[in-house]
Write a protein that binds this ligand. Structure first.
Ligand SMILES: [Zn+2]
Length: 279
């Protein structure tokens, strides 16, 4: 599944040839995504200029400005379970699962490909910070607003496990299952520890590790940027060096104790019983 680092890499990959260009047309071959693609968009998007692309959590936010009226609106894109976006010349042949093309006046198009069709291609003319998908999101994990004081204060009233706490996008965004496992290992915190039992010091260490794990993944993603411009590339997902995730029964990289696997909220948790003692 594309996680925050893959979405950030997608943003950097598609930005150079799309931002600042005007939309020529929209082709929707299959609009049955998580929510149906609004049918009026094929008429209303042409003539709009893509004035900015940004990311919020795992959403890509495309700011559109009307050439006629100057009115601002937005496309909210999400890659779902299996989506990717690439920038290709207009005449690139269509492959299976290429559901949407957004054609620009510079000869390039943004092509949305999604075998499982669980992604989103939504439009709104309302303020983004009040949109139901975005209004309740926690601060960006790599921003200063996501810090130990913030997380520690929130955790005080939460008896859920620390793992489900950091995976809840009301408290932290971008911490998918792999990143939660890796961050907790690096912090020496057992994944079932109650959020409210974390000490201030543990919270400080955890926040640093969440930021580092995500930053490192984004850095690794940078090597895949060229794939966003090739029809056969597989952008949006990349290899990572994992210390615990998927390593059941393999020796811990620190103490050689076999890594254990449990299931929490239907998601696999991997941990070292020695380095991450249960409290
Ligand atoms: Zn260990």
């Amino acid at each position: 599944m594309p996680e925050l680092p893959e979405v950030e890499t997608t943003l950097r990959g598609i930005k150079p040839k799309t931002e600042g260009h005007s939309i020529q047309s929209l082709i929707v071959r299959n609009g049955k995504l998580r929510w149906p693609v609004d049918s009026h968009l094929t008429d209303s998007l042409p003539g709009q200029k893509l004035t900015a692309i940004n990311r919020r959590a795992k959403y890509l936010l495309l700011t559109l400005t009307s050439a006629k009226t100057g009115a601002i609106s937005h496309l909210i894109l999400h890659l779902g379970m299996s989506g990717n976006l690439r920038v290709l010349p207009h005449n690139t042949s269509v492959q299976k699962h290429d559901h949407i093309d957004l054609l620009f006046d510079n000869g390039y198009m943004l092509r949305y490909h999604d075998p499982r069709r669980f992604g989103a291609f939504l439009w709104t003319d309302q303020p983004l910070d009040q949109h139901p998908l975005l209004a309740h999101l926690a601060p960006e994990p790599l921003s200063d607003a996501f810090n130990a004081s913030y997380l520690f204060q929130l955790a005080q009233a939460k008896s859920c496990s620390i793992k489900s706490f950091i995976m809840n996008n009301r408290y932290a965004v971008g911490v998918g299952n792999i990143y939660a496992n890796e961050s907790l290992f690096l912090s020496g915190i057992h994944p079932t520890t109650a959020a409210k039992k974390l000490t201030k010091k543990q919270t400080e260490v955890l926040v640093v590790n969440i930021k580092q794990v995500l930053a490192k993944a984004i850095e690794q993603g940078g090597t895949t940027l060229k794939d966003f411009l090739t029809p056969d590339g597989k952008p949006g997902y990349f290899e990572q060096e994992l210390k615990v995730y998927g390593r059941e029964n393999l020796p811990c990289s620190i103490c050689s104790t076999p890594i254990q696997r449990i299931v929490q909220q239907q998601r696999a948790s991997y941990f070292c019983p020695k380095c991450q003692p249960k409290k």
